[in-house]
Design a protein around this ligand. Structure first.
Ligand SMILES: NC(=O)c1ccc[n+]([C@@H]2O[C@H](COP(=O)([O-])OP(=O)(O)OC[C@H]3O[C@@H](n4cnc5c(N)ncnc54)[C@H](O)[C@@H]3O)[C@@H](O)[C@H]2O)c1
Length: 438
């Protein structure tokens, strides 16, 4: 497994759990030293235990040496990053191609090179070309096997996938992939074989569709807010339609994370390269970008129009709950906009503060949610961590300078908030007054 990041580490540990012998290779020597020392470099529920169990069983090990990892492997997975290229927004494939070159130099005997990284259509062809240039005699099959795991639920997603997609037209490669995933298919996981290019498109199209669903409900939430309807009722009402489904219909501050923003941009750019402008994706990207600043304006409006010189408490920094991943988190542009408007920001996140401190200037980090609220003019919920659903509301009210909560994840109940005497602003839901709450 080349690359021991969120995907490589989870996939490597899960494949070991399925009974395979896995070596995770990463260039980051600190990460490998930490893993060898029994530390888990990322926060992902259940991952530390999974790694420990498989290391103890001698099925999983870590190295910086590609030869040790790939030389005798039946399959070498590429799970390195594919960030947006700063110059043009296309997927930066330099890590993938570097990994392919390194693999080509060390493999021995028939080897599968399996792309787990999310890559634009046609990348598998380029990997095959790179390998053939370096080792014309090498006996390899280049396979696409995109990963659909979600951070925060990554192990469950890998072990009980909705589907496993494998792109190859090579019968021998197909057999190896069937064997690799046999423990999962035996439990009913669908294994879908496609052409390599089809598998590459499936991954981008799936992410784009999910981002579209989020963006759609966000716009419907804005309509509900103006029209006096409740978006939670609307989302429930449309989600019961099997053609739509209930998931990804939770309104919020805009999608973020390490995948959707870069993958939508890469799909858009790839489309243009093929002479196919995908206008819907272009619009989704633009709506989502504007939403983050709009959320800051919503907070400022809730505070009466000015936050200059005031302290705003922020609960949640990561792009979603149950991860420490801060990549493209909406919290960053929202907090920056609050600072631009003259506020002092104090923030708390259960897992993301270390990563956040490298991305945000002049934010005071609090040790818990209550400290975060102390003397603040408003408390803003940006990430849906479970612990924020059960806060002691009376205690919070005593600590805040003003009893104002802006909940950009709709995790609290308007009626409860009114009963406790809060001014409560959420997304796409009518305000409940204390009189209505009784
Ligand atoms: N994070 C997710 O939720 C998720 C889900 C599905 C797919 N993906 C895709 O998986 C890929 C990896 O994402 P990630 O979030 O795990 O990235 P990451 O940045 O967490 O990890 C990438 C790792 O690869 C290592 N690396 C880079 N070049 C290397 C090389 N030549 N040899 C060895 N190690 C090398 C880096 O040091 C890093 O540790 C991306 O294409 C991403 O789009 C991510």
């Amino acid at each position: 497994m080349i690359g021991a990041g969120y995907v490589g580490l989870v996939s490597g540990a899960c494949l070991a759990e399925l009974g395979h012998t896995v070596t995770c290779v990463d260039k980051d020597s600190k990460k490998i030293a930490a893993l060898r020392g029994g530390e888990t470099p990322i926060f992902e529920p259940g991952l530390a235990e999974l790694i420990a169990r498989n290391v103890a069983a001698a099925r999983l090990c870590f190295t910086t040496d590609i030869t040790e990892g790939a030389k005798d492997a039946a399959a070498v997975f590429i799970a390195v990053g594919t960030p947006s290229r700063a110059t043009d927004g296309l997927a930066d494939l330099s890590y993938v191609y570097a990994a392919a070159r390194e693999i080509a130099r060390v493999i021995d005997g028939y080897t599968l090179i399996v792309t787990k990284s999310t890559v634009p259509v046609g990348t598998g062809d380029e990997i095959a070309r790179i390998v053939a240039d370096i080792r014309p005699e090498a006996n390899v099959s280049v396979v696409s096997n995109p990963e659909f795991l979600r951070e925060g639920a990554a192990i469950d997603d890998f072990m009980k996938p909705d589907r496993i997609v494998v792109g190859t037209s090579d019968a021998k490669a197909r057999t190896v992939m069937e064997e690799l995933y046999a423990p999962l298919t035996a439990q009913g996981a669908p294994l879908l074989f496609t052409e390599r290019r089809g598998a590459e498109v499936i991954k981008y199209a799936a992410n784009a569709f999910l981002a579209t669903k989020i963006t759609f409900i966000n716009e419907i939430a804005d309509l509900c807010e103006q029209a006096g309807a409740d978006v939670q009722e609307v989302a429930h009402g449309i989600g019961l339609d099997h053609r739509i489904g209930p998931k990804f219909l939770q309104p919020g501050p805009g999608y973020g994370g390490s995948c959707f923003p870069k993958d939508l941009l890469a799909l858009l750019k790839a489309g243009l390269d093929f002479g196919v402008p995908i206008r819907s994706i272009e619009t989704i990207i633009s709506i989502n970008d504007q939403r983050k600043r709009a959320m800051a304006r919503k907070i400022i409006a809730a505070c009466g129009g000015s936050i200059r010189g005031r302290t705003i408490g922020v609960l949640g920094l990561t792009f979603k709950a149950d991860t420490d991943d801060m990549r493209e988190s909406p919290a960053v542009p929202i907090i920056t906009a609050l600072q631009d408007a003259g506020a002092k920001v104090r923030a708390y996140d259960p897992e993301g503060m270390e990563q956040a401190s490298a991305m945000l200037d002049d934010v005071e980090f609090a040790p818990d949610a209550y400290d975060c609220a102390k003397g603040a003019s408003a408390l803003v919920i940006l990430t849906e961590w479970n612990q924020f659903r059960t806060l002691d509301l009376e205690r919070l009210k005593d600590l805040l300078a003003k009893p104002l909560i802006v909940d950009l994840r709709n995790i609290l109940r308007p009626m409860d908030m009114a009963e406790h005497g809060f001014t409560y602003v959420s997304i796409g839901r009518p305000t409940v007054t204390k009189a209505q709450a009784g």
